[in-house]
Write a protein that binds this ligand. Sequence first.
Ligand SMILES: *Cc1c(COP(=O)(O)O)cnc(C)c1O
Length: 362
Amino acid sequence: MNKRAYNFNAGPAALPLTVLERAQAEFVDFRESGMSIMEMSHRGAIYESVHNEAQERLLSLLGNPKGYKVLFVQGGASTQFAMIPMNLISEGQVGSYVMTGSWADKAFKEAKLVGGAHVAASSEDKKFVAIPELSSIKAADNAAYLHVTSNETIEGTQFAEFPDAGSIPLIADMSSDILCRPIDVNQFGMIYAGAQKNLGPSGVTVVIAKEELLAESPSNIPTIMRYSTHYKNNSLYNTPPSFSVYMVNEVLKWIEEQGGLAGIQSKNLEKAGLLYDHIDGSDGFYSGVAEKSSRSIMNVTFRMQSEELEKRFVKAAELEGFVGLKGHRSVGGLRASIYNAVPYESVKALSDFMNHFRQTQG
Ligand SMILES: *Cc1c(COP(=O)(O)O)cnc(C)c1O
């Protein structure tokens, strides 16, 4: 087999090699059906068992929280930005948003369009390099929910702990850090994530929510946009992205094999620590973008003294097989996305490369 790239893509992102190999092995003839999972009915026993298994496995990895249901929907996390306010904001209410960066801003703007949006706290004054102090986060009196972006993929910040939303549901966009560490799901009314960073390929979005938020939806919004439609039909109202759901199930199996969320977390801390230690110990050759207490263990953002040097870094890295190190076009700089499936070896190779580049170019 050809050498796999050192893949630091932000999303779609690296998948575990063992998952890809297993999928390859059963690609053409899935469970002796004589066809691939993409070619069979989503109403048949084989697909339904995969679908249900993926839901159960996800809840099991999260400690089987009581009263929660998993939905598989489409349209990415971006569609959730609209579905959440459409479904959950009633007349006279708003959604309260913690403004932490680019993704929080997109979610906020959708709520503004379809319901009403309020800023519960913001770190814009710090150019989003930090998560606001939890004590500064205040939902509006008429808030239907408090929304956070647990990990800002572009700026490279992450909530270490979550705010207490009191009597309203706390909703988290966990697209870029779901299942990267153990969490207490009971803190949240709803968690959602596009699969393509930590869960599988693109095409499916996972919603984990308290059943009471899903069971009843406004009847004046389109059927497909109602949570209740997906809830009542076990996410089989229309054709699901069956191959993506199958892949998510395989990634979840892989997470179990890594020792569940505690096992994954210790590996993630080790990987992130390696890069941040290197950045901090580089005498300013590399500098971290996020404030230390807000650093993400998924997206390591850093800069060099000049854009010219950053360009040379990316070019030299590409020649050595490193992919995806350029920062998002909106913020520039450099970013190494080190999601669950990025192996330690890739991160170690990057750290060695950074060292070599500094020795030779510094
Ligand atoms: C990637 C990402 C999104 C967008 O996801 P899509 O599935 O492309 O809509 C939203 N939120 C966060 C935090 C992300 O990282």
